[in-house]
Design a protein around this ligand. Sequence first.
Ligand code: 5GP
Ligand code: MG
Length: 170
Amino acid sequence: MTFKTLISQKSIQKRNRVLSQEIQRYYSQKEWILLGLMNGSLYFLPDLLRHLPPQTPMETWKVTSYLGTQSTGKLRGIPRSCPPLKNKHVLIVDDILDTGSTLFEVRHAVEKMGALSVRIAVLLSKNVRRQKNVKVHWVGFKIPNRFVVGYGLDLDGKYRNLPDIQEIQP
Ligand code: 5GP
Ligand code: MG
């Protein structure tokens, strides 16, 4: 297996600062909450949060759909209820948008729980395999259709703690 750096930690941090400023500007007059999807946003969520005002609330859901480098198509982990999201403007934060099915389902669940509005921020977006039409409001980087690891992204639980985003070739 070979690894190739696609996005360096320095570029990620620089982009995070810009993203959080834009996000902050949009939500400044709103009652809002960040909803991080774990484990993928393990680093992205706190790195955004670091640049946001200290009163910014957050929740996390642990959702999974992947086995190896393939999506199983079945999403697990959406809770039955999540009271902190009710009557709030919710910003869903995830690592990567691929087929779109994860964010499509999560978004739907958040709407049903009584959110006032739902927006989405992802660090990465692949534009090739989209199966569901999901509008993403903030994107860190657009990347080609490659399997990537690092900065929270894993391969069967491994490589999450690599500081850069790396492309993996089996
Ligand atoms: P989707 O439901 O949009 O197909 O996929 C979303 C989820 O699949 C992401 O939250 C992420 O956990 C996983 N995923 C998609 N592409 C990649 C990738 O290139 N690398 C890793 N590690 N996970 C990915
Ligand atoms: Mg994920």
